[in-house]
Design a protein around this ligand. Structure first.
Ligand code: ME8
Length: 529
């Protein structure tokens, strides 16, 4: 816990392009960041969680004009109707939401680039080369794919498999090439700066090839932040967007707040790791601002073996899943079943199988069995435990191990391992009950033994509520409620992870109630239909 010092765990998501409605791909990063934010709060750490929208650039401009709207009208509408509401759909606890069209951002961005220009980091030149509008990225000819139809003049973006544009523009350039050695030294000195290892290796190899200077302005359209020293150009969308992480944190306006928040941990998809781990730290080095704490790239969600994407119309909206399974199962499914950092495929069948086996038959069944038996055999009042035998001691140590394993896994951003550890513990408790057969013990005179079994099970659920609160906040709150835990232990949010493994916290005498089923059986309709 760092309640004493004034550093903050500052976590960010990418800011998403407002070209269409959000997909489960965008929500994947946001949910992962949310789990981390909630976990750190549950540790008692001061935490700040930022997400938002990326609203400038050619891609947003084109989406707006396809819909007959001005870009500002288009982004205002989509942010209000889609991007902000989706945060409620998947239960996001962000502290701030930044839009790159906000004045708090645009003013600071202009100042930042003016300073770099004044200090000789920017010069005028001409960009001749390929550009992928879908990536909003200047490409190297060597990384492009040939046209499947054999047209030598057409080259495809390797990510979007769509033709790139050939640009020839008079632009301003940032001397990115000057930062190669300092970047390599950074990756060397801080091996965790880029994660996971696959992303780090890619970034190091890319920088070792030698960096080219980066075109940082565009002059063939005007949807962007005006270049302060030459208003006939707008800033290239990426070097505007990356600055959101500092403009939202008080850079240039609130030095004390900025000092407290910065540097941040950036969660990104692996498609944009170079922007975050190469261009972004170089920009900060040029401005003499501290580089991020970490850039962690997760993998791609795939549907039918391919990266799910808006441009290929394979995007699924989070509501399609949440409407059937609920937000907690949604969050659990994506974070639990995909190794964080690797690609993972989504299918309705797999989602339904995990929901049924781990949530409905696992945690849901455990909670309903325990609360029902306390109601039935002890009128809903939790009895004190008698002497603990080997079975109970096994649970006590399994809990301590689970708590330590989960916390260490979150520290490494192995979110799936943390959740898996808690799921494993739920399985152990379910196994304990099946073995002990309290319903048989209830037929004997041994009330003490029955009390011990049910106390031990309820106390285990107390810990599960705390350990699952970051990934399934609604379920954890419902469980806390049905354990009657608040009366003896206070609010769920005040339970500290450092103490979650300490045994015997739920007081005997707590009033348990069998609430509504945590994970109702699915209706027999086709999910997603
Ligand atoms: O790149 N699998 O925005 P964007 C996993 N505006 N994650 C996915 C995904 C998928 N199939 N599809 C999208 C941008 N994502 C820039 C960012 S930041 C300063 C500017 C997630 O709308 C993932 O986090 O294209 C990916 O990096 C991000 O959405 C791309 O969102």
């Amino acid at each position: 816990m760092n309640e004493q010092d004034d550093t903050t765990f500052y976590i960010t998501t990418p800011i998403y392009y407002v070209t269409a409605a959000p997909s489960i791909g965008n929500a994947y990063t946001t949910v992962a960041a949310d789990m981390l934010a909630r976990w750190h709060r549950q540790r008692g750490e001061s935490t700040w969680f930022l997400t938002g929208t990326d609203e400038h650039g050619q891609k947003v401009l084109e989406a707006a004009s396809e819909h007959g709207a001005s870009p500002q009208e288009w982004t205002d509408k989509l942010v209000a109707e889609e991007w902000q509401p989706v945060l409620d759909v998947v239960d996001i606890s962000n502290d701030d939401f930044i839009r790159t069209t906000e004045k708090r951002h645009t003013d600071r961005v202009r100042e930042f680039w003016q300073t770099l220009y004044d200090n000789g980091h920017v010069y005028q030149g001409t960009y001749e080369g390929p550009y992928c509008v879908a990536c909003e990225e200047f490409k190297l000819p060597a990384e492009l794919l040939p046209d499947p139809a054999g047209d030598a003049a057409v080259k495809l973006c390797p990510i979007h498999e769509r033709p790139v544009q050939q640009l020839s523009e008079s632009n301003y350039f940032f001397r990115l090439s000057a930062f190669g050695d300092r970047l390599l030294e950074l990756y060397d000195r801080r091996p965790d700066f880029v994660g996971p290892t696959s992303a780090r290796n890619e970034v190091v190899a890319f920088v070792k090839q030698g960096l080219q200077d980066l075109s940082v302005t565009r002059s063939t359209f005007d949807w962007g932040i005006g270049v302060p020293w030459d208003e006939s150009h707008v800033l290239y969308v990426w070097i505007d967007a990356l600055l959101n992480y500092v403009t939202a944190a008080g850079y240039g306006t609130e030095p004390d707040r900025f000092e407290r928040l910065w540097p941040a941990v950036h969660l990104v998809g692996k498609d944009i790791v170079r922007f975050h781990a190469v261009i972004w730290p170089a920009m900060l080095m040029a401005a003499e601002v501290e580089v991020p704490q970490q850039v962690f790239a997760h993998g791609w969600l795939q549907v039918g073996g391919q990266k799910m994407s808006k441009s290929k119309a394979t995007a699924i909206h989070p509501s399609e899943i949440v409407d059937t399974f609920g937000s907690d199962a949604y969050r659990y499914y994506f974070l639990r079943t995909i190794a964080f950092g690797s690609d993972g495929s989504f299918s309705w069948e797999h989602l339904e199988a995990v929901y049924t086996s781990e949530l409905a038959n696992g945690l849901g069944n455990l909670a309903s069995r325990v609360t029902a038996m306390v109601a039935r055999y002890f009128d809903g009042t939790l009895p004190p435990a008698g002497a603990l035998g080997a079975g109970e001691e096994g649970l006590v140590s399994a809990l301590a191990d689970t708590a330590a394993t989960a916390d260490a896994a979150v520290e490494r951003l192995a979110l799936n391992e943390a959740i898996g550890a808690v799921e494993g513990f739920v399985g152990v408790v379910n196994g304990y009950i099946s073995e002990q057969q309290p319903w048989q013990v209830a037929k004997t005179e041994n009330r003490d033994r029955l009390a011990t079994i049910l106390y031990v099970a309820a106390e285990s659920l107390r810990a599960v509520a705390v350990l699952h609160a970051a990934v399934m906040p609604r379920t954890a709150a419902a469980l806390w409620d049905s354990l009657g835990a608040e009366a003896g232990l206070g609010a769920l949010a005040d339970q500290r992870l450092a103490a979650v493994g300490e045994w015997g916290q739920l007081p005997a005498g707590s009033r348990l109630t069998k609430g509504a089923s945590l994970f109702p059986r699915l209706a027999a309709t086709e999910p997603g239909s």
